[in-house]
Design a protein around this ligand. Structure first.
Ligand code: FES
Length: 126
């Protein structure tokens, strides 16, 4: 678990919190971080899109830092195979290939600046 620290760059009242180097989250990686007292995960899709969300799966609270794996452009919880896109939208694919909507995972705003990853905890969640 990595602990982030706030920077002096603000958007409104929400500080951007510096958490990791960009190179620490390569395509296909899932990394647990502690941001402002919240347990979160950073993950990067196969094509390189960086995403950040709560570490708790909205289904039965598995820790996505340990149970989450990247499959293409989605984060998959291996406990019961719910899937989340980079916007946090949840779904599950049946054995026949049908995709059903499931609960969303709260996401965090995330950005890369100067080779560093920064996140905001707050108004983007939900
Ligand atoms: S706890 Fe994640 S899919 Fe069930």
């Amino acid at each position: 678990m990595v602990r982030g620290r706030a920077t002096d760059t603000y958007r409104g009242s929400m500080p951007w919190i510096d958490v990791l180097a960009s190179d620490d989250v390569e395509p296909g990686a899932v990394v647990g971080v502690d941001v402002g007292g919240e347990r979160c995960v950073l993950w990067r899709s196969a094509t390189g899109i960086l995403a950040a969300c709560d570490a708790r799966c909205p289904h039965q609270w598995s820790d996505l830092a340990h149970e989450g794996v990247v499959d293409g452009e989605e984060l998959v919880c291996l406990t019961h195979f719910w899937r989340f896109d980079t916007a946090g939208r949840g779904s599950k694919v049946s054995m026949t290939g049908r995709r059903d909507p499931k609960g969303d995972v709260p996401r965090l705003d995330v950005r890369e600046d100067g080779g560093r990853i920064q996140v905001q905890v707050g108004d983007s969640r939900g």
